[in-house]
Every structure is written in C-alpha cells, then in structure tokens.
Design a protein around this ligand. Structure first.
Ligand code: PLP
Length: 351
C-alpha cells in the first residue's frame, strides 16, 4: 500500500506507455471467452482483430505482442530479402528498429524529413531507377511522429508518398503506433488516414491504455502471411484473449479522450515556454519537447533535478527533454510539473 501511494504522488511524463488498464478493461478481461490462438483460434482475439480491421479500414488485422513486432511483420511480409526499406530519417522504424535488418535481410535507407514528413524529392530519388540501386520493397511513414514531438503528417503529404511509392512498385506501411492521436488531432476517422497505405500498425498500450499489444492491419493475404511470420518469431500466444480483451476496450472506447491529453500537452508547452531559459514545441498531440540549452544545464541534469521534485521526464538528446501527457496526467499533475520546472529554472538563474 505504501508503494501505491508513493507511486500516486509522482507525475510520470516519461511516456504514454506507463498508462495502466482501466476498470472496464479488467471487467472485460475477467469475462473474456478464451481459446488457443496458436491452435484453432481465440474468440476474444478474433473479436479484437475484426474490430481493428474495421476501424482501420482494412480487410483483416492481426493481434501481436508489440508495435515493434507489427512493424517487423509489415516489412517481412512486403519486402523481399535484398530490397530497400525507406523510412523518414528520424522515424522509429529507422532510428530504433532498423536492427531488424538482421532478420529481414533488407537494407534500410533514411530519407531526410521535416516534422516527420519525408522530403519528396529525396524520396523520389531513392525510389527511382539506377544501375547500382536496390529495388524498394516498402516505404514507411509514421504519424503521429514520436521524434518530431508528436507531429501529425498532413494527409496531402501521405497521399503524395503513396502515389510515388506505388509508381515505383513499392508497398506503403504506416507506423501508426500513435495513429489515434493523429486521427483525433485531424478530426477524421483513422480509416481516412490509412486509406493511402497498404498496411498499418497500431499500438494498444500507449495512450489507449491497454497493458500490452498492437495490431497490424492490411489485406487478407498480407495478414495471413503475417500470421505465419508471427508464429515463426514466437509471437503467437495461447489464451491471448486475456490481453486482447483490454485491447478491444482500447480501440472501441479510449480514442476520443486522447483530446484531453492533447489539451494537457498544449497547456504544459505554453506555460513552459513562459519560463526563462526554456523553450517548447507547439504540440499537435501529446508530446512536448523542451529545449533547456539556455539554462546551462544538460537534459540529464534537468531529468535528475525534476526527479527529485517528483516529476519524471526523459532526456531526448543533449539539451532536450521529452514530456508525454496521458490518462494519468490531469490538471493537477500538470500544475505539479510546471511548479517543478519553474523551481529548477529559478535555481539556474540564481546560480
Ligand atoms: C512511433 C513508434 N513506433 C513503434 C514503437 C514501438 O512500440 P513498442 O516498444 O511498444 O513495441 C514506438 C515506441 O515508443 C513508437 O513511438
């Protein structure tokens, strides 16, 4: 009990992945019909997969343990060995997941971008023919974009990427780990965004609050192949409905409230921007990036001083912090965080 109350006092802005399941999720887990997903199917996983396919505007979907595995399966199913995977240079797939090349036999090329959007000339150049060039198997986009402070890709940009990729015979995958944040920010259904993609991954355990899991959606044929690769990777699980039940609640009832996270992020960023020595992005979704350069402290030093005051953030480069709003960050938590930022900044000015 002592631990639980200590935990409650801490304001955890490190990531939206820290969100815990909702009471409705626990109820659904308790009553979920279960089967064997590695044998002849689990009814609750099937229910989640068909709801996800519908919401994402695709023929089929597959429940997988993590967003990384969903992205990996998108590449395994759509790129041959020795083909290129093109992704925006600051994207999660390129920066954090390209070690997957050791499994896929593909080559990853980063395309320079601004706010997560690839430079179209650079993309076309990479896709174009060339004597010594490899063929491109998959082009990957990301929205909202983690490293770009939760920026949302404009739909016209996504359409242009889709057309250029299709013109070169490449598949298009969307890393939509935070797709629902993008959908809420744009005020459109998720299927509207995914219309210009072949496959899309959606993480259930970030702002949507499920304890684990992600889905990969696409054509029935691609998802069938993904199911085979999932088994090969050891990602097929047995009574997986225990987890899928929470995922179903995540996609059917946790999307609209993301608007609260976005409003919280905007307030946090605006107020931080008023503190001497600090600058923040203008967040479109739930990720605030704080530049601490002018305070004379490094991001690591800021992280440890804020931690002493009960506020957890993540260093994101030498002079930048990342703060992510989520279901456990309400007005009170934002006030606590702002007080901590003001107090550390005031100590910098005084010293
Ligand atoms: C954009 C994006 N894609 C994929 C992932 C991978 O998610 P996971 O580690 O839950 O598999 C993350 C994680 O933060 C992410 O931000």
């Amino acid at each position: 009990m002592a631990d639980a109350s200590a935990e409650r006092r801490v304001v955890d802005l490190r990531s939206d992945t820290v969100t815990r399941p909702t009471p409705q999720m626990y109820e659904r887990i308790a009553s979920a019909p279960l089967g064997d997903d590695g044998l002849d199917g689990d009814p609750t996983a099937i229910e989640l997969e068909s709801a996800a396919a519908h919401i994402l505007g695709k023929e089929a979907a597959l429940y997988v343990p993590s967003a990384r595995m969903a992205n990996l399966l998108a590449i395994l199913t759509q790129a041959e060995r020795q083909e290129l995977v093109l992704a925006e240079a600051a994207s999660h797939i390129y920066v954090t997941e390209r070690g997957a090349a050791t499994l896929t036999g593909t080559f990853y090329e980063g395309i320079a971008g601004v706010d997560g959007a690839m430079d179209m000339d650079a993309l076309k150049e990479a896709l174009g023919p060339g004597r010594n060039k490899l063929r491109t198997g998959v082009v990957c986009m990301e929205t909202s974009h983690n490293n770009a402070g939760g920026a949302v890709l404009p739909l016209a940009h996504m359409q242009a990427v889709f057309e250029a990729s299709k013109g070169a015979g490449a598949a298009v995958h969307l890393d939509g780990a935070r797709l629902m944040n993008a959908a809420v920010a744009l005020g459109v259904p998720a299927a509207h965004i995914t219309a210009c993609t072949d496959t899309v991954s959606l993480c259930l355990s970030k702002g949507l609050s499920a304890p684990m899991g992600a889905v990969l959606a696409g054509s029935a044929e691609t998802v069938q192949r993904a199911r085979w690769f999932r088994k090969l990777l050891g990602g097929s699980q047995r009574q997986v409905g225990i987890a899928a039940a929470a995922g179903w609640v995540a996609i059917t009832s946790m999307v609209e409230r993301l608007a609260d996270d976005h409003a919280g992020a905007r307030r946090l960023a605006q107020e931080i921007g008023r503190i001497q020595g600090l600058a923040a992005n203008d967040p479109q979704t739930n990720i605030v990036q704080v530049d601490v350069t002018l305070t004379g402290l490094s991001a690591v030093q800021w992280e440890s001083r804020l931690r002493e005051l009960g506020v957890l953030v993540r260093p994101w480069g030498k002079h930048r912090l990342r703060c992510v709003t989520h279901r456990h960050v309400g007005e009170r938590e934002i006030d606590v965080a702002l007080e901590a930022f003001r107090s550390v900044a005031a100590a910098c000015v005084a010293s």
